[in-house]
Design a protein around this ligand. Structure first.
Ligand code: ZN
Length: 117
């Protein structure tokens, strides 16, 4: 069991933290996934809705160390960005966009750069 935990902490530290709890080396940020930059003043406001499009495939996600996590999701070739947050002023899960994959990656990188939110 310890070997499994050790291996998982190396490969999937955030999963290990959930499954096994933190250990001495554990820091708040696993440092594996990107963080969405602070929104810029000239950012594009995406329109978010809380209707679930059903089961999709997660292509990318931002770091889990912060309150709000973004995921780039694919729904049979159409992509949306899913936002999951612990903030109380917005719905806990909401979705933006309805893009082809190429456009979706463009918006994803804008979101990471703080140019869309
Ligand atoms: Zn982080």
């Amino acid at each position: 069991m310890e070997a499994v935990a050790r291996e998982l902490r190396k490969t999937h530290p955030w999963l290990a933290a959930i499954a096994f709890g933190s250990d001495d080396d554990w820091q708040d940020c696993p440092g594996v996934s990107p963080h969405a930059a602070t929104p810029q003043a000239r950012r594009v406001e995406l329109s978010w809705c809380d209707d679930s499009p059903g089961d999709g495939r997660s292509l990318e996600h931002t770091c889990m160390c912060v309150m709000t996590v973004y995921e780039l999701m694919s729904y049979g070739g159409v992509c949306r960005i899913r936002r999951t947050t612990e903030r109380r002023d917005v719905p806990s899960v909401s979705y933006a966009g309805w893009w082809r994959r190429l456009d979706a990656y463009m918006w994803w990188s804008r979101l990471l750069a703080g140019l869309a939110r």
